[in-house]
Design a protein around this ligand. Structure first.
Ligand code: PAF
Length: 283
């Protein structure tokens, strides 16, 4: 099992990408913040199906954390991540430092409109600026042909698509399905924060969202169904529900029944904030 090439600097990343391109190889990128789990590994698999070489970035991006959020306690486990990437046959891990990504004097922020409005932004107002800025940098640094993002962070996926479209970044953005445990809980690095009791409650999240998505597809009133979902989450033991909303899947505009829909939600268990989403399928 060979370890991926590990590079810290943009110059070394570009040199390797240049070599691959010289050999006629295509490249897919999986941007991550590390603490890898089966969800990330599924993105690596998609990357290797779609391209000859897979670059995984591991960078806990301070720009997307608000001061009171979990930047300091966000799990960091590079050695384990590299083992998982070796098993998954990723070719290169890009592990820049904060100083590499945001050197002294760094003064740019990218702000995406459209799909970033509402939902997460109502509760994390600076989050998508931080994500858009780092994703634009990563894509310009690695210049992949494709980049893979999980549908688990559905609003983020829509924001990244908008970013690449608006800035003419020459990269195909591919959304990959959410990986769930056998109880349907969406894989997330933040699941590591959950106690056993919280984990049991967390597993109700997907069940309640799925039932609500089915009810919406069957014609339930949107306001009534989403309010019922919030109540069901509270009854299941969630401490605070940030939102449960139905949106149009492509633009994230408010959902209209004649459009493809997505039900999105965020809720707290103790100090851990979970997000999840479900397709509202008309079939
Ligand atoms: O989804 C994540 O892990 C992060 O938001 C991303 C896309 C790697 C940007 O830091």
């Amino acid at each position: 099992m060979s370890q991926p090439i590990v590079v810290e600097s943009v110059a070394a990343l570009r040199a390797q990408v240049r070599d691959w391109r010289r050999d006629g190889l295509s490249i897919a990128m999986v941007p991550t913040m590390g603490a890898l789990h089966e969800g990330h590994i599924s993105l690596v698999r998609v990357a290797l199906e779609k391209a000859d070489r897979c670059v995984v970035s591991i960078f806990v991006n301070p720009a997307q954390f608000a001061p009171a959020e979990d930047l300091d306690k966000y799990p960091r486990q590079l050695a384990r991540d590299l083992d998982l990437l070796a098993e998954a046959k990723a070719n290169l891990a890009f592990t820049p430092t904060v100083g590499d990504m945001y050197p002294a004097g760094f003064a740019t922020r990218i702000s995406v409109g459209g799909p970033s409005s509402g939902l997460e932004s109502d509760f994390r107002p600076t989050f998508f600026d931080g994500v858009a800025t780092v994703v634009a940098k990563l894509l310009l640094q690695a210049t992949p042909d494709r980049a893979i993002f999980g549908e688990k962070d559905y609003q983020q996926l829509c924001v990244v698509r908008q970013l690449c479209r608006d800035l003419d970044l020459p990269v195909d953005i591919i959304g990959a399905p959410t990986v769930r445990d056998r109880h349907g809980l969406a894989m997330s690095s933040r699941n590591a924060y959950l106690s056993e009791t919280e984990l049991k409650i967390a597993r109700q999240f997907n069940v309640i969202l799925r039932e609500t998505a089915v009810a919406l597809a069957d014609g339930a009133d949107q306001a009534v169904a989403t309010a019922a979902a919030s109540r069901a989450l509270a009854t299941a033991g969630f401490d605070k529900i940030d939102y449960v909303e139905a949106r149009e899947s492509l633009t994230l505009a408010p959902w209209r029944r004649d459009r493809d829909g997505r039900l999105l939600a965020a809720a707290w268990l103790g100090k851990t904030r979970l997000i999840d989403n479900m397709e509202i399928s008309s079939t």
